[in-house]
Design a protein around this ligand. Structure first.
Ligand SMILES: [Mg+2]
Length: 393
């Protein structure tokens, strides 16, 4: 069997609520937290971009890829950052993989890493590699008529424990989650006031959920080492399971310094790290306890397998970034013994049922804090070529 075509295209993000937008308006009790709440971020030091991440993130569409084999079988993968990533796939990576065996995911991943090495396999190239790798795994599953989690050696458990992310904590409790993660509102840019206000914010959430629900804090690259240490020490009485993504991702020296200064605090990070090499360095220096690669950004299913193996050998845990929000992350988490938890970003407003907050026709959603992925062949995303064509932009 041979790869006959690899076609990338810009598309509406399937994580959007497009199909249910009108219906959802009536059900929302209040706007979702992320519509208005301030979230600390790496640009918080620049007042004109401080209040909302959307003011500087750019408005790139999502990226879809369809890999087609010479017998007409196809698989779908996705990633982000629109035109630049589409170009990397259609103008460089894709043509070089034509006529290769589509089932040879190890070889094809290695080829993609080497093809992109002159301009770095990190960053946007890693987004491109991810989309193609996910499409290849989907094709493999659909061709062999098996869910990807079985092809990858799973399932590793009966059902996947999911934690909720977002600041609608009351809604997370109503949905039945046993663990919830807050998006930290203030970072280094707000100084001592940020430490005081963050303490009030975390304290209120702890009071609401009680002591039998796990609580975590996502800091989205908005801290420096000094601020992270001071805030973690202030928050110690609230028993956070972990604090996350405190620092600018590339600054490994800062990650090592934070580890040295906070030996007692469980640290999670990695959603903005790319390639297994970075995770190997992080594991070697033990700069975090929990690795959080994003399967759509880090290099796809194959990269996540390598990262999970590195982490397992080092005695570290993997919890995919937003892993339970897509069929791809769900299958990986469910298959792997070293991914006991999964992150579910609660994007819908309080009152809107989880199954109405995404556009993947075949995807499972967490129920009472647990999720069992679709057992349909491939990733069970539920798209047809026609429904995918309709999402192109
Ligand atoms: Mg995060």
């Amino acid at each position: 069997m041979k790869i006959a075509s690899i076609q990338a295209f810009a598309m509406t993000n399937p994580l959007g609520v497009g199909p249910y937008e009108e219906e959802n308006k009536a059900k929302a009790r209040r706007p979702a937290w992320h519509q208005n709440d301030e979230v600390a971020n790496p640009m918080s030091r620049y007042p004109r971009y401080k209040a909302h991440r959307s003011s500087w993130l750019g408005s790139y569409p999502a990226v879809g890829v369809i890999v087609t084999a010479d017998d007409g079988s196809w698989g779908f993968g996705s990633s982000g950052y629109g035109a630049p990533v589409v170009s990397l796939i259609n103008d460089h990576i894709g043509p070089l993989l034509l006529d290769e065996n589509p089932l040879a995911t190890e070889k094809l991943y290695d080829m993609m890493m080497r093809i992109t090495s002159p301009y770095s396999s990190s960053g946007l190239a890693s987004y491109a590699i991810s989309a193609v790798d996910l499409a290849l795994w989907d094709l493999k599953g659909r061709l062999l008529k098996m869910p990807v989690y079985e092809l990858a050696g799973g399932p590793a458990r009966d059902k996947q424990f999911c934690y909720a992310t977002g600041n609608d904590t009351d809604w997370h409790m109503e949905l039945g989650f046993g663990a919830t993660k807050l998006a930290c509102p203030y970072g280094t840019a707000d100084g001592l006031a940020a430490i005081n206000k963050n303490e009030d914010f975390v304290g209120k959430a702890r009071q609401l959920i009680g002591r039998d629900v796990e609580l975590m804090l996502d800091c989205w690259m908005a801290f420096d080492v000094e601020f992270a240490v001071r805030l973690a020490e202030r928050l110690r009485p609230y028993n956070l399971k972990w604090i996350e993504d405190c620092l600018i991702p590339e600054n490994m020296g800062a990650h090592r310094a934070l580890r040295d200064r906070l030996p007692w605090q469980t640290l999670a990070t990695g959603e903005h790290w790319y390639t297994p090499h970075t995770f190997f360095d992080a594991a070697k220096d033990r700069v975090a306890d929990i690795f959080q690669p994003d399967i759509h950004w880090v290099g796809g299913f194959t990269a996540c397998q390598r990262i999970a193996a590195i982490a397992d050998a080092a005695g570290l845990e993997v919890i995919l970034h937003a892993g339970m929000n897509t069929p791809f992350g769900q299958h990986f988490s469910y298959a792997n013994t070293n991914t006991r938890w999964g992150e579910y970003f609660v994007g819908g407003a309080p009152g809107i049922p989880s199954e109405r907050t995404h556009g993947y026709p075949g995807m499972a959603v967490p129920v009472d804090g647990y999720c069992v992925p679709s057992d349909a062949p491939g990733f069970g995303h539920g798209f047809t070529l026609d429904t995918l064509a309709a999402l192109k932009v």
